[in-house]
Design a protein around this ligand. Structure first.
Ligand SMILES: C[S@@+](CC[C@H](N)C(=O)[O-])C[C@H]1O[C@@H](n2cnc3c(N)ncnc32)[C@H](O)[C@@H]1O
Length: 195
């Protein structure tokens, strides 16, 4: 069984050069997304081969971009926010592939068009059980064992927008406690729960 984490970067630019010295400010809280990426993908020494992270970069005027990092294939990536941001910056300076094309930019890292709507459709088509994380969801103590692969949608420092809430209404809403905590902590709880 594999786990997918769809991370929403509401203000992270989808195009252009990133300022690696200002991941929190001019990069639209990319720091928040990178902490979540780190928690989702990295073990103390190594990468979780059963995890795929999908970054949803929705900031700026240009169309949104998705970046997939496949833990079973990715090479040459380390648990270092600045270095990962460097990889992302290169991707963001390349043109978006045509609609429907998921283009590999380095081993195990892909980019393409689309947003949360497309991710949820793809999960539906692949019979992936979709959940979204929200304080007001059903409190989970233990995520049940699933036969299918499983996908989690987690926001950045901003709440899900109304459009996103609409899209997510057909997924299961789950909570990991009665306080808002940071997305990367939510992911660690999910891993703890499922490992
Ligand atoms: C820093 S929180 C965002 C808080 C923001 N005030 C909001 O209203 O969504 C980042 C994300 O982590 C997840 N999250 C945070 N606390 C949670 C909780 N207790 N249960 C489930 N998900 C949580 C949600 O996906 C949330 O959007």
């Amino acid at each position: 069984m594999s786990k997918k984490f769809a991370l929403i970067g509401h203000r992270v630019p989808s195009h252009g050069k990133l300022n690696l010295n200002d991941l929190a400010g001019s990069c639209g809280r990319l720091d928040v997304l990178l902490r979540s990426l780190n928690s989702a993908l990295f073990l103390s020494h190594g990468i979780r081969s059963d995890v795929e992270v999908i970054l949803h970069l929705q900031g700026g005027e240009k169309p949104p971009r998705r970046i997939w990092i496949d833990g079973s294939k990715v090479r040459g990536i380390h648990s270092d926010d600045r270095s990962i941001a460097g990889h992302l910056s290169k991707i963001l300076q390349s043109p978006l592939p045509p609609i429907g094309i998921k283009k590999e930019v380095q081993t195990g890292v892909f980019h393409g068009q689309g947003g949360l709507k497309e991710t949820l459709e793809e999960w539906d088509n692949s019979e992936i059980d979709a959940f979204h994380l929200d304080l007001t969801g059903k409190k989970i103590d233990l995520i049940p064992k699933f036969k299918n692969n499983i996908g989690f949608v987690i926001s950045d420092d901003k709440p899900f927008s109304d459009d996103e809430k609409n899209l997510l209404s057909r997924t299961k809403k789950i909570s990991v406690g009665d306080q808002w905590i940071q997305g990367h902590s939510v992911i660690s709880i999910i891993h703890y729960n499922m490992d």
